[in-house]
Design a binder for this molecule. Structure first.
Ligand SMILES: [Zn+2]
Length: 189
């Protein structure tokens, strides 16, 4: 049996390990944010952290119709998998549908990748692949789009499903199909 002194040492060592890994995660995130804030500074938006992780916020008060990011895609064979631990599967968007009805996906780069989903989004996506505000937005407010807006006539695959934690009053919690009240224009590329 361990003596109380040994138990105390183990307990504090355990605490130290937890604390240092938490600090490391915090430091890594801060470092990442600092790096991400250097990208695409021409748009009035910046990468920050919300209650869930990284997000995109308004850097000034924005009027309706302001472009806050544009897409910078690189074609990929990978398909989006919600909540996948690797960014390789999370920062992916459906770019188009080929003639056989198969999805054409793009790896999302730049600020676009940090614009989170909301069930009551304050931004829309245009046919020029811009993220544009759909109402007035306060400085430092998070910018969001709808990941389940109807874009293409394409069946929603099960691996796109995710549990939403967007804090919107009308949050649907389970995102598992296209919504029909938000339709983004078919994108041209
Ligand atoms: Zn939601």
């Amino acid at each position: 049996m361990q003596t109380p002194k040994k138990q105390i040492i183990i307990f504090f060592t355990f605490l130290l390990i937890i604390q240092s890994s938490l600090l490391k995660a915090l430091f890594d995130n801060l470092h990442k944010i600092e790096e991400y804030q250097k990208i695409e500074t021409e748009y009035p938006s910046y990468v920050d952290q919300n209650h869930l992780g990284l997000c995109l916020k308004a850097s000034i008060h924005l009027e309706k119709g302001t472009v806050v990011a544009t897409a910078n895609f690189e074609k990929t064979d990978k398909n989006y998998i919600a909540d996948h631990p690797s960014e390789e599967y999370r920062y992916i968007a459906l770019m188009n549908i080929d003639d056989n009805g198969n999805p054409i996906c793009g790896k999302v780069r730049g600020k676009w990748a940090f614009c989170n989903h909301s069930c009551e989004p304050n931004c829309d996506i245009t046919d020029k692949w811009e993220i544009v505000t759909n109402r007035k937005i306060d400085k430092d407010e998070e910018l969001t789009t709808s990941y389940d807006a109807l874009v293409y006539n394409y069946e929603w695959p099960a691996h796109w499903n995710f549990e939403c934690k967007c804090l919107a009053e009308k949050c649907k919690k389970q995102i598992n199909k296209y919504r029909l009240d938000i339709i983004y224009p078919i994108k041209k590329r």
